[in-house]
Design a protein around this ligand. Structure first.
Ligand SMILES: NC(=O)c1ccc[n+]([C@@H]2O[C@H](COP(=O)([O-])OP(=O)(O)OC[C@H]3O[C@@H](n4cnc5c(N)ncnc54)[C@H](O)[C@@H]3O)[C@@H](O)[C@H]2O)c1
Ligand SMILES: [Zn+2]
Length: 354
C-alpha cells in the first residue's frame, strides 16, 4: 500500500494511503505515549468512529466544526478540558476529521504543554491530499484565515480513502480541485488521469480514488520534504491560492468552499500565465477545460476584478508588499513569478470572472 515518507528537519514520518489503515492506527501510537485524546466532530465520529482502532481507551474531544469555530478560544477550551481529563506532557492527540479538525487539532497539540505529538487522520478529500500532511497548523483571526499557527509535523498521517464514501458531493468536488492543482504543478500523469477518467473520478471508483490520493500525497510529501517552511519549493502548492484566497475573503468565506475558490484562482492564474507569455495558449486552454470538467463552482455574480486585485495586496503570502504568483509553464511544471504588473493581474481576473 502506498506509503510516503515526509522527511523534515522537525520530524520524519509516514503518510500512509490505505483502505482500512484506521483499523491499525494502534501501530502508530508509541508504547510510551500517555493518555490518548481524539479530537473529532459529531458527524465524523458517528459515520466513521468505529473504523478507528487505537488499541487503548481514548478520551474523546468533540468540536462543533466550521471555519468560524477554528479560533484560539476553542483551543483554550479544549486545552482546559484536556487538563481536567488528565492530559500531560506524555499525552498524544489524534485529529480525526476534515481540514478544520486537522488544523485546529494540530495547533492544539503544538501548544499543549509546549507541544505533544499528534497523529493526523484526515477524512475529507481536501484534508487527505493537503491539510493532513505537511505540518501546517493554525486557527483564524478576525483579520484573516490561518493568521495564528505553528509548524507541527505529525507522528503519522493515516489516510483511509474508504471514509470518503460519505462525503457530500460538493465537498468531494471541491477537494478534486486541489487534486487537479497537484497534477498541474507537478504531475502530467495525474492531470491526464483527471481528464481521461472523469466519470470514474466522480463516481469515486475505489482504484481511481486511491491512485489520485496517492499521487497527490506523494507530491505533497516530496515538496514538504524539500522545503518544510515554505521558503522556496513549497510555494508551488499555492498555485491558484493567491487569487482563490482573495475570492474567499471578498465573499466573506460564505459563498465558496476553499477548493472551489482554488478552482477559480487556478483559472485566473492560467489567464495570467498566458498573458505574461509564460504558458502557451494550447496548454492554457487544456488546463481550463480540465478545471471546467469538475465545475461549475457557485455563480460569481457581484464579484469585481478590482476588489479582488485590492485584496491581493493584503494577502498573507504578500512578502514586503510583493505579491508572488505561481504560474504554469506547462502541464506538470510551474514557477514562482514576483512583481507582475497590476493591470495584467486585473485583466486576468476579469477574464476569469467571464
Ligand atoms: N494545513 C494545511 O496545510 C491546510 C491545507 C488545506 C486546507 N487547510 C484548511 O482546511 C480547512 C478546510 O478543510 P475541509 O475542506 O476538509 O473542511 P471541513 O473540515 O469543514 O470538512 C467539511 C465538512 O465535512 C464533514 N466531514 C468530514 N469528513 C467527512 C466524511 N468522511 N463524511 C462526511 N462528512 C465529513 C465535516 O464535519 C465538515 O462538516 C480550512 O480551514 C483550510 O484552511 C489546511
Ligand atoms: Zn488549498
Amino acid at each position: 500500500m502506498p506509503c510516503f515518507v515526509v522527511a523534515t528537519p522537525q520530524r520524519t514520518y509516514e503518510a500512509v494511503v490505505e483502505r482500512g489503515v484506521l483499523a491499525r492506527a494502534a501501530e502508530f501510537v508509541p508504547a510510551r505515549a500517555g493518555r490518548l485524546f481524539v479530537l473529532t466532530t459529531e458527524d465524523v465520529w458517528r459515520l466513521h468512529g468505529a473504523r478507528l482502532r487505537l488499541g487503548r481507551d481514548a478520551e474523546m474531544l468533540f468540536f462543533p466544526g466550521g471555519e468560524e469555530r477554528k479560533r484560539l478560544a476553542e483551543v483554550e477550551t479544549l486545552a482546559e478540558e484536556m487538563v481536567v481529563r488528565g492530559g500531560d506532557r506524555s499525552s498524544l492527540l489524534v485529529a480525526f476529521g476534515g481540514g478544520i479538525v486537522n488544523d485546529l487539532g494540530g495547533f492544539l497539540a503544538a501548544v499543549f504543554m509546549r507541544g505533544i505529538p499528534v497523529i493526523q487522520a484526515p477524512t475529507t478529500l481536501l484534508a487527505q491530499v493537503d491539510a493532513g500532511v505537511g505540518g501546517k497548523t493554525g486557527v483564524n483571526l478576525v483579520a484573516g484565515k490561518n493568521l495564528v499557527g505553528a509548524f507541527h509535523q505529525p507522528l503519522a498521517a493515516l489516510i483511509d480513502p474508504s471514509v470518503l464514501e460519505t462525503l457530500p458531493e460538493r465537498e468531494y468536488r471541491a477537494g478534486l480541485f486541489e487534486v487537479l492543482k497537484c497534477g498541474i504543478i507537478r504531475s502530467p500523469a495525474l492531470f491526464a488521469l483527471l481528464v481521461e477518467r472523469r466519470d470514474q473520478v466522480l463516481a469515486r471508483a475505489p482504484d481511481i480514488l486511491e491512485q489520485m490520493i496517492a499521487a497527490s500525497v506523494r507530491i505533497k510529501a516530496e515538496v514538504v520534504s524539500a522545503d518544510e517552511r515554505e521558503s522556496g519549493l513549497r510555494r508551488i502548492l499555492n498555485f491558484g491560492h493567491t487569487i482563490g484566497h482573495a475570492l474567499e475573503a471578498e465573499t466573506g468565506y460564505a459563498r465558496f468552499l476553499h477548493g472551489e475558490a482554488v478552482g477559480f484562482g487556478m483559472r485566473a492564474a492560467v489567464h495570467l500565465a498566458e498573458r505574461t507569455g509564460c504558458l502557451p495558449s494550447g496548454e492554457a486552454a487544456e488546463i481550463r477545460r480540465a478545471i471546467d470538467l469538475y465545475g461549475p463552482i457557485p455563480p460569481l455574480e457581484g464579484v469585481a476584478a478590482e476588489a479582488l486585485a485590492r485584496r491581493l495586496r493584503s494577502d498573507k503570502k504578500t512578502i514586503q508588499g510583493r505579491v508572488h504568483f505561481v504560474l504554469p509553464e506547462r502541464i506538470g511544471q510551474v514557477r514562482v513569478v514576483p512583481d507582475i504588473d497590476e493591470a495584467l493581474v486585473r485583466a486576468a481576473i476579469a477574464e476569469a470572472l467571464g
